[in-house]
Write a protein that binds this ligand. Structure first.
Ligand code: ADP
Ligand code: MG
Length: 695
């Protein structure tokens, strides 16, 4: 946030200097808070308020309360406790309180004499004998209880930084507020505001910075809503603008007869589902256009996205362009490569795999093939973005299993293969659908397609939740499964974010299971293994050379072994819904009945209980995503907690969630009624930064 603001032109900073008493030292400190212009001051909202507008009778004080009190000093003495302290007993008509000062200077001892009237502000705590205030702010009241109150409004407390006092911030923000129509003019048309029942901007700002005591509590939510809506709208407008800009960019118009695709599909032992056909059609229509596609393909685990990717890539290849398919892990990239090696060579196309472990001459050779255009179809991890990978004619980029796809990542991708004149088309595939309300607002720069159908013949995975103490009962189930020639997974998730501990849990589990089930061939897979070793272990499982695979959550995404029919997830209470769903998706890929056992450690938190219940009740990824949204809120779902991907200044996705669904309609209305306001809103909230924290 601060970096975006700090990069604003110096002209804005000089506008700050026009406020009374602002010099260069102060400008420097304000910049640390991301404040570089008067408008930033106005958007620097209080963390909380102190109420110095009302006196609280000492008798009605409660522990923990911040309060303004008045009273007469009954006695002041040096207490001789563990720590020397000045103890002042203050009384009003009904009750008394102790003021405790650990640090004091001689003049204070002189001041705080019996009979003197004091006004104090501070936090009430319990003391050894009665309530206390430790180091309250205080002032003497020369005319006793008749002295006027210090303030008629609540006192804001702002986030601040070293060397910047609350008093200075209050003064500056007060000065900016007096000219708020100039510094932060109203940009939303009155009609739109009334329709949304929102206060105008000056009213909202005054309510937040200088709330009158009485109205403060009632009007604050509406005022926050007012700002949050404007901010979310600005981000949404910027994404819409980005989408339009994309449509002015050029991309290869990829058209081909579809002969290669037809031959691929004929060679398969099954037919495409209707949903697969539909998304292929939607995508092909995009590819034919001379503007870069940016399409998000959401399809539940096992819905057959890989084949869709292959079919689409063939269109690009047939038209003479290169296609690249990227996966988040080497394991998955290799799996794609193996699939493509089954599907494509019969059509005369040899896919190329650029793995992290390819070094030296192999790598140089592969890179040369990519650069010369001899390699029509390249599979790899995101390492394909490395600078030494250059494509001759990159027409299509497919990104698989992108759970959380921040806008900044979208931009980085587009840069690849973008020679200024032309950009490649992009298809992003995810098995973690985001609920429609979020997609409409946060992915407004993308087009979306949905595979809402699984291939026929899949029986739903039967899901059970079992307490860990009954772990041993699973041994028989594993033995029976493997005796039928089927395979099983046992997943040991991360323990407190530590891959090392997860590894030791997995190693121990593998040892225990080996001892208990000596007839089984057991493999062990974890994130700390070299990628070659991972492939060996995974390959052995895929070839049915092992029966049981004990793994950390590295197998979460994409691994496809249709013969595996039993999934045990240990410590399932620790995992989020999306991750549980992903893991469960590793079974139920063939026609045999599959089971997923969620082993949990009681006692369960309410949320963990809800997650396990959701897993038992539904296997629909979209329904899971909706429940996840309810349980964790949009911030978690968009991955913003972890990555800080969305830089929101005022809006809070949890608090302002109800606003999200209103954005598309509001944005359209604003674009029509007040088009001139659109760039100003975007500039106000995003500055020269980018939408949703692209910076
Ligand atoms: P995901 O969408 O999770 O990436 P995959 O692409 O790995 O799913 O496909 C899961 C399994 O379903 C694979 O074994 C794949 O070959 C198979 N599959 C894909 N499409 C169909 C279909 N239309 N009919 C039957 N099986 C299919
Ligand atoms: Mg997949």
């Amino acid at each position: 946030m601060a970096t975006a603001a700090a990069s604003r032109p110096a002209a804005a900073a000089s506008a700050l200097a026009a406020l009374p008493g602002v010099g260069s030292a102060l400008i420097g400190r304000l910049a640390l808070l991301g404040i570089t212009q008067p408008a930033d001051l106005l958007l620097h909202l209080p963390l909380r308020y102190e109420d110095r507008s009302q006196l609280v009778p000492i008798g009605s004080l409660r522990e923990g309360q911040q309060a303004l009190i008045r009273g007469r000093i009954e006695a002041a003495e040096l207490g001789q406790g563990r720590r020397r302290a000045l103890l002042v007993s203050l009384v009003d008509a009904q009750a008394g309180i102790t003021l405790r000062f650990f640090h004091f200077r001689p003049p204070q001892l002189q001041q705080l004499q019996a009979g003197v009237w004091l006004e104090c502000y501070g936090e009430v705590r319990s003391g050894p004998f009665r309530l206390e205030m430790v180091h309250p702010e205080y002032r003497l009241l020369p005319s006793g209880a008749d002295e006027p109150l210090p303030q008629s409004t609540l006192t804001p407390v702002y986030p601040t930084t070293a060397g910047l006092t609350q008093a200075t911030l209050r003064r500056l923000i007060g000065a900016a507020l007096a000219r708020c129509e100039q510094f932060l003019p109203e940009l939303l048309p009155a009609g739109l505001r009334t329709a949304q029942q929102l206060p105008d901007l000056p009213t909202a700002l005054r309510c937040l910075h200088q709330p009158s005591a009485a109205a403060a509590l009632d009007q604050r939510p509406a005022a926050l809503h007012r700002l949050a809506l404007e901010e979310l709208l600005a981000h949404h407008l910027s994404l819409r603008q980005r989408r339009r800009q994309r449509q002015t960019r050029r991309a290869p118009s990829i058209a081909a007869s579809g002969a290669l695709r037809g031959r691929l599909l004929e060679s398969l032992p099954f037919a495409l589902t209707a949903a697969q056909r539909r998304v292929i059609d939607e995508t092909l229509a995009d590819l034919a256009k001379p503007h870069p596609m940016l399409r998000l393909l959401q399809g539940d685990v096992g819905s057959g996205k890989t084949l869709v990717a292959a079919a689409i890539a063939l269109q690009a290849v047939e038209a003479g362009w290169q296609a690249v398919i990227m996966a988040p892990t080497e394991l998955l990239a290799e799996q794609h490569f193996r699939n493509f090696c089954r599907w494509l060579p019969p059509l005369g196309i040899d896919p190329v795999w650029l793995a992290g472990r390819h070094g030296g001459r192999t790598r140089t050779g592969i890179l040369a093939d990519i650069e010369s255009g001899r390699a029509p179809l390249v599979v790899g991890t995101h390492a394909l973005f490395q600078d030494d990978v250059r494509f001759a004619r990159l027409g299509l980029v497919v990104i698989d299993e992108q759970h959380r796809f921040g806008v900044h990542q979208r931009l980085a991708l587009r840069a690849k293969g973008d020679d200024g004149a032309q950009a490649p088309h992009q298809l992003i595939m995810t098995a973690t659908p985001i609920p429609r309300s979020l997609a409409m607002t946060f992915y407004a720069d993308l087009d979306t397609s949905v595979i809402d159908e699984l291939p026929p013949g899949r029986t739903p995975v039967q899901t059970l939740a079992v307490p860990r103490r009954r772990k041993d009962e699973l041994l028989a189930a594993i033995a029976a499964t493997c005796a039928r020639g089927e395979q099983a997974y046992w997943v040991c998730p991360l323990i407190e974010e530590s891959e090392v501990l997860a590894l030791s849990a997995a190693t121990e589990t593998a040892a225990e299971l080996t001892a208990a089930l000596p007839q089984l061939r057991i493999g062990l897979l974890h994130g700390r293994m070299k990628s070659r070793d991972k492939e060996t272990v995974m390959g052995a499982f895929q070839r049915r050379e092992t029966d049981l695979l004990v793994a950390t959550t590295v197998i979460e995404v994409g691994v496809d072994v249709p013969n595996a029919t039993l999934m045990v997830i240990d410590h399932a209470q620790r995992l989020g819904l999306a991750q549980l769903h992903q893991l469960r998706g590793r079974v139920g890929r063939g026609s045999a009945d599959s089971r997923c056992v969620l082993l949990y450690q009681p006692p369960l938190s309410g949320e963990a209980r809800a997650r396990l219940a959701a897993m038992r009740e539904t296997s629909d990824g979209f329904e899971i995503a909706r429940r996840d949204l309810d349980l964790r809120g949009p911030g978690e779902l968009l991955g913003t907690r972890q990555t800080g991907a969305i830089n929101l200044r005022v809006a809070d996705l949890e608090r302002d969630r109800a606003l999200l669904t209103r954005l598309p309609a509001l944005a359209s209305r604003l674009e029509q009624e007040a088009p001139a306001a659109v760039p100003r809103l975007i500039d106000r909230w995003l500055g020269r930064g980018l939408a949703y924290g692209e910076v």
